[in-house]
Design a protein around this ligand. Structure first.
Ligand code: OTU
Length: 650
């Protein structure tokens, strides 16, 4: 949009640019800056317009964008242009992600290069390397307490190694995803150190208070994120003699985005990693970016404005780079991180589908799809050119973040039902095969979350211990069923590194005092390569999981109806044990797939009647893409075996 105030300011800024910027030929940069400047200026003005140094800050932002553009390598610039033409590239069904720890999966970044064949064997082509930046070793929060945003932890390698890895991945047609921890820094970050030494400039980067008065007001409305290991939201810093806001661990200082310098620093960091070759950046804890007294300090409007600014700025310098929103918040709030009222994503193109993840776990525990269906029905509509990251497990705990109204509509009492789920997954519930642990149990609110590996949570650990073949088979089926769901739902599936070979809980973390209190580490084990080798040995647990997953992944890539063009229809069939939805290729409506998941431990029937009502005319038989076999109708119904997933095509 052309708007006079913005564009006369833009002209002034351009005339005054430093010669090293002004003299460069930056045609594409200027086109994009012109296109986005109205938005950038308006948003920046909304947040910081009242400051006397507003114009200086604006100039500093534009210079940051220009300098990072100048530095952007020719291949990356070419990739930006190519993605601009093929702008729906990330909605394609060919992408399959995996999140892993560089050091736990391979020793370091160089080692990781040698492990790419394993990933490609499975069909992975999007690699999320968990945070690799310099952190204090004993206070790292698994890489989310960053001491230096531009320095890779030397144990993992160097920036040259990551550039080399990015180049290798590109050759293999694989995407690289890296984290940017936008909400906080380690208390050992240089900014925090300078703040501690009394430097006002850097105290203004954080929320720093002389006494408890303001912190106490904040505490009235702020929930606790880690109530067991880091209760409260403020920490007394002895050296500084002040209180500082620490929403997560007490060594993670929250950045104060009321200060534009903080935003500009963070945009610079985002662009720095874009320039190292990251295709996608995972923005950590985005819901927390703006703090407001009297509020829960999550999902504030300004947090969205900040993300819009980050996106608008990234589009100017590195438009091919996408953002993932890590906002593990209520179903109604998550979709807002794509941006509202738009076609293209205005904030993040991709968001963790934490709702679907939690709903899938509900179906595992209840062995039915009642809440799962209800929750999917009410899943907020997302933007057209945005997509979900669908996952079963990740490095964190599982939060039971579904909507209480949906829980009620599914026929449960929300408090009791959540209690049941915690009991089920922690093995306290009679006969539960799950072997998880409660995480962040808060006696004040009764809340709790769940830690544990996929395999242990679905009962593989207990089944192996009792050598119960039937239970082992059920656990394997559940693992495949859950993956069958995330592979077909619509969005990018994100696998977690041990899950394809059935990795169990790992209790090594208990021996490390810096980790022992945080049981999320039970699902962050060192990848066992000899266990992974067993995937080649017929009949092993590893082979049964790996080979079936590999097959499903390969299939997904072929099924154009699985691309994400808002082409999913939920079929509300009567049978409460079944989740049924159709996916349809928007280019060719006849090309469609019916996805059926049976969460019950018994075989179920899907009546043809229910499907005809939804316009599905059952043939005498349908092809189950997962197995290649034809499923013949029995009477007028499809029989769906216990704990299994069908992808049915005509
Ligand atoms: C994220 O987590 C990371 O994934 C965690 O590993 C970090 O500890 C945390 O940020 C702090 O950097 O902020 O928006 O239930 O789901 O902490 C969600 C806890 C987050 C996580 C939550 C999450």
């Amino acid at each position: 949009m052309y708007e006079q105030a913005s564009h006369s300011l833009l002209n002034e800024i351009l005339v005054d640019l430093k010669p090293e910027i002004g003299n460069m030929r930056l045609r594409h940069f200027y086109t994009r800056l012109g296109a986005n400047f109205y938005a950038i200026h308006s948003l920046f003005h909304l947040l910081y317009g009242g400051r006397p140094d507003f114009k200086e800050q604006m100039v500093s932002l534009v210079e940051t964008l220009a300098l990072r553009y100048i530095e952007r390598s020719p291949p990356l610039r070419r990739s930006d242009l190519a993605r601009g033409k093929d702008y729906n590239w990330f909605l394609n069904q060919k992408w399959i992600g995996m999140a892993l720890y560089c050091d736990r999966f391979a020793d370091d970044l160089k080692g990781l290069r040698t492990k790419l064949p394993y990933l490609q064997d499975l069909g992975i082509n999007m690699l999320h390397i968990m945070p690799i930046l310099d952190c204090p070793p004993d206070n790292s929060d698994g890489g989310y307490a960053v001491r230096d945003f531009k320095r890779i932890d030397p144990r993992f390698g160097t920036t040259e190694d990551i550039e080399a890895l990015a180049a290798t991945l590109k050759k293999r047609d694989m995407l690289l995803v890296l984290d940017v921890v936008v909400n906080h820094t380690s208390n050992e970050h240089e900014w925090a150190q300078r703040a501690r030494q009394g430097d006002q400039k850097f105290q203004d980067y954080y929320f720093v208070f002389d006494d408890r008065e303001t912190p106490d007001i904040y505490e009235e409305t702020m929930p606790e994120i880690f109530p067991v290991t880091a209760p409260g939201n403020f920490t007394w810093d002895e050296e500084m003699g002040k209180w500082v806001m620490t929403v997560f661990n007490n060594y993670q200082w929250d950045l104060n985005y009321r200060n534009p310098a903080v935003l500009i620093e963070m945009i610079d960091i985002i662009l720095f990693w874009a320039n190292q070759g990251a295709d996608i950046l995972r923005l950590d804890a985005v819901a927390f970016l703006w703090k407001k007294m009297g509020s829960v300090c999550q999902n504030e409007r300004e947090a969205h404005l900040l993300l819009q600014l980050m996106k608008d700025c990234c589009q100017v310098t590195a438009p091919g780079v996408l953002f993932i929103a890590e906002a593990i918040v209520s179903p109604g709030e998550i979709a807002k991180y794509f941006g509202e009222d738009a076609i293209n994503a205005k904030e993040c193109e991709i968001a963790y589908n934490a709702t679907f993840m939690a709903l899938l776990w509900d179906a595992v525990a209840t062995k039915n799809a009642r809440l799962l269906k209800q929750g999917i029905k009410n899943l907020p509509v997302k933007l057209e050119r945005a997509t979900w990251l669908n996952y079963v497990r990740c490095h964190d705990d599982i939060g039971l973040g579904f909507d209480d109204r949906d829980v009620q509509l599914a026929g449960y009492d929300p408090v009791q039902h959540r209690r049941f789920l915690i009991d089920y997954f922690t093995g306290r519930f009679p006969d539960s095969p799950a072997r998880g642990m409660p995480f962040g149990e808060n006696p004040k609110t009764g809340d709790a979350r769940i830690s544990g590996s996929l395999a242990s949570l679905v009962g593989l650990e207990s089944a192996l211990a009792s050598q119960d073949e039937e239970a082992i088979a059920a656990a394997i089926k559940t693992i495949l069923l859950l993956h069958g769901m995330i592979l077909s739902f619509g969005g990018i599936p994100l696998l977690y590194y041990g899950d394809a070979v059935g990795t169990l809980n790992c209790l090594e973390y208990l021996a490390d005092p810096s980790k022992a209190a945080d049981n999320r580490w039970m699902n962050r084990s060192t990848f066992n390569w000899s266990k992974a080798e067993k995937r080649h040995q017929t009949g092993t647990v590893e082979q049964r999981i790996f080979s079936a997953l590999k097959k499903m992944i390969a299939l997904r890539k072929e099924v154009t109806a699985f691309a994400d063009f808002d082409n999913r229809q939920l079929l509300m069939v009567d049978n409460p044990n079944l989740l049924v939805f159709s996916r349809c290729d928007p280019q060719n409506a006849r090309n469609r797939v019916l996805v059926v998941g049976n969460f019950s431990a018994e075989a179920q029937t899907l009546p043809g009647d229910a499907l005809r009502q939804h316009g599905f005319f059952l043939q005498e038989s349908m092809k189950n893409l997962c197995s290649g076999e034809r499923i013949v109708l029995e009477g007028d119904a499809i029989a769906v075996p216990a704990l299994s997933c069908y992808w049915l095509a005509d």
